[in-house]
Design a protein around this ligand. Structure first.
Ligand code: ZN
Length: 215
């Protein structure tokens, strides 16, 4: 039983070493080894499961560890943001109504119909690229509201980033754990993303999408 458990969690080498040298690993060191091995095994299994679902490609980039989402902490500190944070989580999980998401079932093309870029209607396109004048106005306004709360070097770094990296950084809440001093910035990010998404969807209404269903 002990042998098979050690094998399952890739700890057999340590067990053999203890038997060969007749030297026990200190209790705390063994505890740390077991914790790391168990965590590593379940993280690998979780990553493998995520890799099986193509629509989780944004999720895989945004979420790097099995832990409570930082957007949950944002909700807890600003309950008025609950709806926006829920929408954020669905966007991260690839559950959006864009033509590259659920919208593809009723659309004749995957390309954005809110502009002339002839490019797929992805989350990145909506958040960073779509030049539709209505969307540009919302993007400028919400970006301004967000950046007034950021230190200039951070703004400079984000502006210089490629769009994909920028999108991942914003969706992940600046890529790190929750820091209470940054609550205002997190709220600004959630507002920027959800307002852009809702505006983009409203420009191309559900009725118009339904009309695109092929005969
Ligand atoms: Zn567009």
């Amino acid at each position: 039983m002990l042998y098979s458990t050690a094998k399952k969690y890739n700890l057999l080498g340590h067990v053999h070493n203890m038997l060969d040298t007749v030297t026990a690993i200190p209790k705390l060191t063994w505890k740390r080894l077991v914790t790391n091995s168990v965590h590593h095994r379940y993280k690998a299994r979780w990553q493998m499961t995520c890799a099986m679902y193509p629509k989780l490609h944004v999720y895989r980039e945004v979420v790097s560890s099995i832990t409570v989402s930082m957007w949950w902490h944002v909700c807890r500190h600003s309950p008025a943001m609950t709806k926006n944070c829920k929408l954020l989580m669905t966007l991260i999980a690839g559950e959006h109504r864009l033509r590259t998401g659920r919208g593809r079932h009723v659309a004749s093309t995957l390309n954005c119909q809110n502009c002339d870029m002839h490019t797929p209607e992805t989350l990145r396109h909506v958040l960073c690229q779509c030049p539709n004048p209505v969307l540009v106005a919302v993007r400028d306004r919400e970006w301004h509201n967000l950046t007034v709360m950021m230190p200039p070097p951070m703004i400079q770094d984000i502006v210089m980033m490629p769009d994909q990296q920028k999108m991942v950084l914003l969706l992940s809440g600046l890529g790190g754990g929750y820091v209470s001093e940054w609550q205002g910035v997190y709220v600004g990010i959630a507002t920027l993303i959800t307002t852009l998404y809702r505006t983009h969807i409203s420009l191309w209404s559900a009725e118009q999408r339904a009309a695109q269903v092929p005969e």
